[in-house]
Design a protein around this ligand. Sequence first.
Ligand code: NAD
Ligand code: MG
Length: 385
Amino acid sequence: MERKKKRIAILGSTGSIGTQALQVIAEHPDLFEAEVLTANNRVDLLVAQARQFQPNAVVIANESKYPELREALADQPIKVYSGSDALCQVVESQEVDVVLTALVGFAGLLPTIHAIRARKLIALANKETLVVAGELVTQLAQTFRAPILPVDSEHSAIFQCLAGEGNNRIDKILLTASGGPFRTFTKEQLRDVTPEQALRHPNWDMGAKITIDSATMMNKGFEVIEARWLFGVKPEQIEVLVHPQSIVHSAVQFCDGAVKAQLGVPDMRLPIQYALTYPDRMSLSGERIDLFGLGQLTFERPDRDKFPCLELAFEALRRGGNAACVMNRANEVMNLAFRQGRIGYNDIFRNIERTMDRVPFEAAPTFETYIATDAEAQRVAEDLI
Ligand code: NAD
Ligand code: MG
């Protein structure tokens, strides 16, 4: 019997995760179909992708780019939409089976909620969704029986370790971190680092925002929160290990002391593909790890004094409510300001902490609270620059 192809909507198809997802789709045209492609600004690349993959629809979030996109695809039988409302509508289409959330930042929240309500399978790359509103989003996913499968490499590793484990109890999650480009820097050296230095990640080639988040280790803080909601563990059950080789993508320790880890070369196509083929595994081209060549795998404790953003994320989890939502927006503002050369590296942490102290705490946020909190955090954060 012919296997029905999975029809995939990629939100953010022009980004680092989006383009790699299209490589996975191109490698398995018998399994997958790109049903919807979306981008924020990059019309040229979106047009090239649409011509190659022939989706049913494309969306450009930035409405001012709509005429250019429509013109460029006028000879194609492809629907062309624009605006963030359109993102929420296309994911609800009956023709979509899987929504890969590969867009960056808070902008991922609303379309993900729409996809969950439409009972789609969510392949979640946009970790900010769970940082901002992890409790609400995971509750909705349960209510609507929409599975959320992780794409983030660490969470995919944990998910792979949990396959076949049923309700077996987890002692703790061992969440690995590369340590980023500044792992060996002193506090003094960190004061003067530039965006160019921060954008040179030793192991992973990713979008600019997450690369800066990796340099501050806010990314790992986000991943702690992401793990808390995806796997239902307590914050104190999550241990961060700096593992500079990025070969062990994370591990799980079970109640009998057994530790299962998932290893591989740093290549996001594997976790992307696993989220799309789960519970099956399919062939995937590319390098394999050479443990003899690697020689050794090392692990160290994160330096919380040098990377206080990691601590902030644990603090946000402890506070609960809208605290992580505030932290997320403050981080988006400071991350961008740092890339633009408007603030220094150490201001990123300082201003996020200040924003978290200034925006009023809400213990039991609703969706509307998150929207209001996000706007208030943006205002407060921008005032600090
Ligand atoms: P990127 O910057 O390379 O790409 C982002 C994509 O989102 C682009 O297609 C862009 O057009 C679109 N986009 C940006 N802002 C938008 C908006 N406001 N509305 C609609 N679309 C918008 O980012 P990336 O590195 O691919 O990361 C995407 C997400 O995946 C992030 O949440 C990131 O944390 C997560 N992630 C990425 C990696 C990686 O290896 N790149 C690994 C793990 C998790
Ligand atoms: Mg990761």
